[in-house]
Design a binder for this molecule. Structure first.
Ligand SMILES: [Zn+2]
Length: 344
């Protein structure tokens, strides 16, 4: 099969022909129709995450099962599937209490510790495939359906974790990015009072407004906190969600929070930041980390898309062979919403 391989840290992806995967016991193989290309994958492409080479990156897939190994009876040939990104055990305390992103026995991630979806076929533990529910036109929209398992599921979890209600004002830092733009959609879907898109690339604001933002804040002038206060009549926002976590975004997000405010941080490669303890006390602020999503949140996200509540924004679709060009654009922050590889 054709696959895009990464062969060493921070080197361009290269197209190679590799043996077709065959499923062992408890495994299955799917033909890949599309695979999302976002920042999480780009961190791996750019050498910011340690793993073994060569590797096939990618986890946001739409696929169709073509082979099933022994003991993978839940899957059958022809099943449309996506993938769960984390290789969790399903048995430990955290898995049992539906907080499986904290799994004690994590084996890593699809497209990092094992080969992923930047290829014509993908082999995974059967447990890592998630069957698509009825009502999704995956043949017509493989790129959009493929990105749901992360680009929609991650913000779905944030809505719950930050307890967003219709009386809340929500600010999203990094709003024009792959998960940020879907965070705007989900905040709008959750009927937040006001949704504010914060980004440093004003060129992305039109898409942010279309995705559901009521207002935009250009953070490139270093006055994001002040602008959030201005937009809320001096009160500050109830929820600030930071997908960037560098260049002072956490401080700006905290500075823009009002009483009872919640700051949610998600960037895995963020920088440390300073916070004033007295402000946490005085305003009863909360600092929350939110890591990916549970399987149930992925199913819930697929269900939201199947019911037409949310539709993913995939702005760039290229063939497998052009994966590297997409990563060049991701590196420069040029992709609005999500990009995806679509196989022939
Ligand atoms: Zn576990």
């Amino acid at each position: 099969m054709k696959a895009m391989l990464i062969k060493a840290a921070n080197t361009p992806l290269v197209l190679e022909t590799v043996p077709d995967p065959t499923p062992g016991p408890g495994e299955a193989v799917a033909r890949v129709l599309a695979c999302g290309a976002g920042l999480t994958i780009h961190h791996a492409r750019a050498g910011r995450i340690a793993f073994k080479y060569p590797r096939i990156l990618g986890h946001e897939i739409t696929g169709e099962i073509v082979a099933v190994g022994q003991g993978a009876a839940d899957l059958k040939i022809g099943d449309p599937v996506t993938a769960y990104f984390y290789l969790t055990c399903g048995q430990c305390y955290w898995c049992r209490i539906n907080r499986e992103t904290l799994c004690d026995n994590s084996q890593g991630n699809v497209g990092r510790e094992i080969d992923g979806g930047y290829a014509e076929y993908i082999k995974l533990p059967a447990r890592s495939f998630m069957k698509l529910p009825p009502g999704l036109d995956w043949r017509q929209h493989p790129a959009e359906i493929g990105v749901v398992c992360d680009a929609i599921a991650t913000p779905v979890k944030v809505i719950r974790r930050a307890r967003v209600t219709p009386s809340d004002t929500v600010a999203v830092f990094g709003a024009g990015g792959g998960v940020g733009i879907h965070m705007l959609m989900l905040a709008r879907w959750a009927r937040a009072r006001k949704v504010i898109a914060v980004d440093v690339m004003a060129s992305k604001f039109q898409s942010c407004l279309k995705a559901g933002a009521d207002a935009t804040v250009d953070a490139s002038d270093g006055r994001a906190a002040e602008q959030l206060l201005e937009l809320t009549g001096g009160k500050g926002v109830d929820v600030a969600i930071d997908f960037v976590c560098s260049g002072g975004t956490q401080e700006a997000a905290l500075g823009g929070l009002g009483k009872g405010g919640r700051l949610v941080v998600l960037a895995g490669h963020g920088q440390p930041f300073k916070a004033v303890t007295a402000n946490f006390l005085r305003k009863e602020l909360e600092l929350l980390g939110s890591r990916y999503a549970t399987r149930q949140e992925v199913y819930d996200s697929l269900d939201l898309v199947a019911r037409g509540e949310i539709w993913p924004l995939v702005t760039e679709k290229v063939p497998l062979e052009q994966a590297e060009s997409i990563h060049q654009r991701l590196d420069k922050g040029l992709v609005t919403g999500r990009a995806a590889l679509v196989m022939d």
